[in-house]
Ligand binder design. Sequence first.
Ligand SMILES: [Zn+2]
Length: 134
Amino acid sequence: MKDKDTSSIQAETSHPMRVIYTKHFPSGNYHGINLFGTIFVQKRWGVMDRHELNHEFIHTMQQWEMTYPLFYLWYGIEYLVRLLQHRFDTHKAYYSISFEREAYANEHNLSYPRHRRPFAWLRYLTTPFSRKKA
Ligand SMILES: [Zn+2]
């Protein structure tokens, strides 16, 4: 299933996604991390499905338009601001980051990357937080 899922994302986006399954990285409860367009996932969380791949590809598009260093800088600063906003609730802070909101809101729409407008995450900056599940 892994190859099928990956190729369908590639067909949608015409861009290859590299996923590396690791033993210990990223650590803790983080399932995966997108570093410069390459996804690192701990094996124990299983193979990424097409919606998770789509989620990560949305991050890759955000990284392209922000250029990589600015993406990570903005991500970090917004996380700190969200932490303050949500009284150090790390869960809420994470799901409030505009990059994450755009990715979670659209990960089930596999054609989203094709129709996405540049800097679409900006409109999630001001949308109220509404993440129900973990
Ligand atoms: Zn994400």
